[in-house]
Design a binder for this molecule. Structure first.
Ligand code: DX5
Ligand code: ZN
Length: 216
């Protein structure tokens, strides 16, 4: 299985986003993971659709927009218009999940669903034939640089089984580093988000190291 790597902009220098985006592109990343936080759904604030639209002008790789906001349904059209290629919505959000999927699809964007660490896989069942991506959090959402929750590995394995051959990307976000990536990929993830580990030091070298470990 081809493994895609999605650097998370959360670990970029927000005063030099264009510079860091160019770096992301040069490393041959497959997707750009954009963490959208509102200070309500999670205790941190990042960016809104206007910033995403500005960033869209500087880079051509697909935008994987991870919504960690209350009432995501209200903002789906704006993030789609801003240039999102994939929009993922948390199952813990208060909005109707079917309505969120329908809104994303209506904009011609790929829909995905996210599970925080304590949310069971079973909640995904009604939507499996409608989504392009499942995002499993390896940490509690809100901040970069946290440690990977070990129990996530069994959940990844079970999720890959649940996907049962469907064309759904299984993305893992949070706590990915040179020690944890191997077991995450082995468990069945095919899209790997990395923030703090990839942005620390030489991004190109870090990307090479990730790819090497994956191939071993
Ligand atoms: C956390 C975010 C992640 C974050 C991952 O809520 O969803 O995308 O940037 O950061 P690392 O890779 O440092 O755990
Ligand atoms: Zn994320």
């Amino acid at each position: 299985m081809t493994i895609k790597i999605a650097p998370s902009m959360l670990s970029a220098d927000f005063a030099n986003l264009e510079r860091d985006l160019k770096k992301v592109e040069e490393t041959g990343a497959d997707l750009l993971h954009l963490d959208i936080m509102d200070g309500h759904f999670v205790p941190n604030i990042t960016m809104g659709p206007d910033q995403v639209a500005q960033l869209r002008k500087t880079i051509t790789i697909p935008f994987d927009v991870h919504l960690m906001i209350s009432e995501p349904l209200k903002y789906i059209d704006q993030f789609a218009d801003a240039g999102a290629d994939i929009i993922t919505v948390h199952m813990e959000s208060e909005n109707d999940i079917q309505a969120c999927i329908d809104a994303i699809v209506a904009k011609g964007v790929k829909p995905g669903l996210v599970l925080s660490p304590d949310t069971p896989l079973s909640v995904l069942e009604p939507y499996l034939d409608q989504i392009d991506m499942i995002l499993l959090m390896g940490v509690y959402p809100g901040f970069g640089g946290q440690s990977y929750i070990k129990e996530s590995t069994e959940k990844i394995k079970a999720c890959r089984k649940m996907i049962n051959g469907r064309l759904i990307d299984l993305e893992v976000d949070g706590g990915v580093n040179f020690e944890t990536i191997k077991e995450i990929v082995k468990a069945g993830a095919n899209v790997i988000v990395s923030g703090s580990c990839l942005f620390k030091g030489d991004m190109k070298e870090n990307m090479k190291r990730f790819r090497k470990i994956i191939q071993e």
